[in-house]
Design a protein around this ligand. Structure first.
Ligand code: NAD
Ligand code: TYD
Length: 366
């Protein structure tokens, strides 16, 4: 009987965790919040999100009543706010996804990327350091980053590895690279327990329609021009967002302290081949004449400093931690198109421009 009581306490201690997930109302963050709240009912999940234009609480409407989920609206750039939030919840873990994430916006407004991606990350590190106070047992800071920090590839035989030198070439990737350096510096200097992952381009439900795949889906449905930058020859390595969330779960629980893991689907597409695929898929789903949507393709001025090719080698993650993508690209893309067509009001609310006001007002009234 005595043994049973001791065993029970150990289980409770092991099971109970409070995790702050930043950026949980965004594209990838919402899938991470859903996975963690549903899979780990003993964890308390705190979603810290500023609800910028990219944050959308409807992404979480199916789980927001769960007893282990709490939403906190706040800005990671505000150090006093972040300190107070950490003091309130005393988290065991942080999974940090909040960021300005769109390369084109970083070209027109680099400073907002410096503020959120660099200053915001350092504020979170400082708050975790103060809260944990050198007592790092059972604590973890997980920083979610991008393959774009490695720069661009030219040789088709080359892939990004965890020890590939950093060579960020856009204000977005420079800000993410800087945040990665700060996380590693806090590990080296203060002993902060951390893991970091660099993932390739994600696609899937809830992707904000300024990014390539949802923008094309929206424009195909509305018979608007499909803007392909330059000649459409740039290559991206696409991963289904739920597989990214699964990788984050596995790395959070089984990653080694101080290590970096690359995440990718080994799934390279030139932009133009991908747009052709999407046009054909949408034509078949919408019952359009074969080849109809391809007529909408319009080549436009290239993005400044447009990286040619990204391609991830994820073998460290696959070999050292049990993970592999759960869907093929064809399956994932079909699921994605179906999700958008079945949830068209989600995209309409965004493009009509009124959802941000609506959600901010709704939250203020609570
Ligand atoms: P997103 O733009 O869809 O969402 C970002 C979220 O962060 C939003 O909910 C926004 O409201 C929130 N946010 C922004 N600034 C904030 C601030 N100052 N304080 C608090 N919250 C703030 O981004 P995403 O595509 O889901 O990307 C999430 C993370 O994953 C980012 O760190 C990004 O660099 C990384 N990543 C993205 C991809 C991709 O293909 N989208 C690939 C690899 C890595
Ligand atoms: P994007 O979705 O913005 O992701 P990232 O720049 O982080 O890779 O763009 C994916 C690719 O698609 C990139 O090579 C730029 C290109 N692109 C277009 O050709 N047209 C568009 O309208 C957009 C948004 C992107």
């Amino acid at each position: 009987m005595r043994f049973f009581v001791v065993q029970l306490n150990i289980n409770i201690l092991m099971a109970a965790k409070t995790i702050i997930i930043t950026g949980g109302a965004g594209f990838i963050g919402s899938h991470v919040v859903r996975l963690f709240t549903k899979k780990y009912p003993d964890y308390q999940i705190i979603n810290l999100d500023k609800l910028t234009y990219a944050g959308n609480l409807t992404n979480l409407s199916d789980i927001d009543k769960l007893p282990n989920y709490t939403f906190e609206k706040g800005d990671i750039v505000d150090a006093a706010y972040v300190d107070a939030l950490f003091d309130k919840y005393k988290p065991d873990g942080v999974i940090h996804l909040a960021a300005e994430s769109h390369v084109d916006r970083s070209i027109t407004d680099p400073m907002s990327f410096v503020m959120t991606n660099v200053v915001g990350t350092v504020n979170l590190l400082n708050a975790a350091k103060k809260t944990w106070h050198g007592n790092y047992e059972g604590k973890l800071f997980y920083h979610v980053s991008t393959d774009e920090v490695y720069g661009e590839l030219h040789n088709p035989e080359e892939f990004f590895l965890e020890d590939t030198s950093y060579d960020p070439r856009s204000p977005y990737s420079a800000s993410k690279a800087s945040s990665d350096h700060f996380v590693r510096a806090y590990h080296n200097t203060y002993g902060m327990p951390m893991v970091l992952s660099n993932c390739s381009n994600n696609y899937g439900p809830n992707h904000f329609p300024e990014k390539l795949i949802p923008l094309m889906i929206n424009n195909i449905k509305n018979k608007k021009p499909l803007p392909v930058y330059g000649k459409g020859e740039n290559v991206r390595d696409w991963l289904y967002v739920i597989d990214h969330a699964r990788a984050i779960d596995n790395i959070f629980h089984a990653g080694k302290n101080g290590e970096t893991y690359n995440i990718g689907g080994n799934n390279e597409w030139t932009n133009i081949a991908l747009v052709h695929l999407l046009c054909d898929l949408m034509d078949s789903k919408l019952g359009n004449e074969v080849g109809k949507s391809r007529e909408l393709i319009t080549y436009v001025t290239d993005r400044a400093g447009h990286d040619l090719r990204y391609a991830i080698d994820a073998s460290k993650l696959m070999n050292e931690i049990d993970w592999k993508p759960s869907v093929t690209f064809e399956e994932g893309l079909a699921k994605t198109v179906d999700w958008y067509l079945n949830n068209w009001s989600w995209i309409e609310n965004i493009t009509s421009g009124d959802y941000a006001n609506y959600y901010n007002e709704m939250y203020a009234q609570r």
